[in-house]
Ligand binder design. Structure first.
Ligand code: HPA
Length: 278
């Protein structure tokens, strides 16, 4: 029998098969800082270090573990990436490509991304949770540059799936949270935080949130035909907004506390079960 070309994702998939991952998964998660404890809730978890998975990120940002978890969460088969690769680590906007392809190959059709973000919206306070409805990528970077297939011309009209957002709102309401922010996330490469003028520009352009992740992942995910739900945990006011004067220590500490509320809502969301797309 002829074999397809060996790629990082086929190699990662083969490793996962040898570790006992045989059943398809329905939903995949990429967790931002502080949310790792979600994996405690998995039933019969299989955990594999990224170091053993070709193409997966090297975890080198404090607060990020670098492990892939597979198991059942509230009855739904899930894969959870505990830790992500950021553009600012290596300068590669495609750093999450092999991992996301692997999650797709495992059967996931829904991708849930979480991040921490700074707020440029005066009413969105640190500790609050926001649904991302759209993004602004003003970086000049795109993970699909160099992709030679016609599939590179990805449509981003509804990059952040409307139905998933409605489902998340419904789940949050069932969990007793009836108000959630929803808005626009603007990607900055980092790792330096924004200047006050950059935040002013972001706000003028229509952004509610600024952050250093998620956008390249969403573009890659849409290229892979994932339906995407993305959530931000507001860890601080962005530079110059009210008292906003961000630091990594502050974002990490608020993310760790705020993660408890986000975890509760994510649990309510998966409880609704896998999503059947038409
Ligand atoms: N800017 C960029 N990324 C962030 C911020 C911020 O203010 N807070 C958390 N992640």
């Amino acid at each position: 029998m002829t074999q397809g070309p060996s790629t990082p994702e086929t190699a990662a998939l083969a490793t996962l098969r040898t570790r006992g991952v045989t059943e398809p998964i329905a939903m995949a998660f990429v967790l931002g800082t502080g949310l790792g404890s979600i994996t405690d809730e998995l039933k019969d978890p299989i955990c594999v270090d990224y170091a053993d998975l070709p193409g997966f990120p090297e975890a080198n940002v404090s607060g990020h573990a670098g492990r892939l978890w597979i198991g059942a969460w509230e009855g739904t088969r899930v894969a959870i990436m505990e830790g992500r690769a950021h553009y600012y680590e290596t300068g590669n906007p495609r750093a999450m490509e092999a991992s996301l392809s692997t999650l797709r190959a495992l059967g996931a059709t829904t991708l849930v991304l979480t991040n921490s973000a700074g707020s440029c919206n005066l009413d969105w306070h640190p500790g609050s949770i926001a649904l991302i409805a759209d993004h602004i990528n003003f970086s000049g970077l795109n993970p699909l540059i160099g992709d030679l297939s016609d599939k590179r011309f990805v449509n981003l009209r509804e990059a952040y799936d409307r139905r998933l957002r409605a489902r998340f709102r419904q789940a949050a309401a069932h969990a007793g949270k009836s108000t959630l922010h929803e808005g626009v996330y603007m990607w900055f490469s980092g790792p330096s935080f924004e200047t006050p003028s950059e935040v002013k520009m972001a706000k003028l352009l229509g952004a509610d949130l600024v952050g250093m992740s998620t956008v390249p992942e969403v573009i890659l995910a849409r290229r892979l035909d994932f339906r995407v739900l993305a959530l931000s945990l507001v860890t601080n006011f962005a530079t110059g907004i009210k008292t906003g004067d961000p630091s990594h220590a502050e974002t990490k500490s608020v993310a760790t506390t705020g993660a408890i509320a986000l975890k509760r809502l994510l649990r309510a969301f998966v409880k609704e079960g896998p999503v059947a797309y038409a």
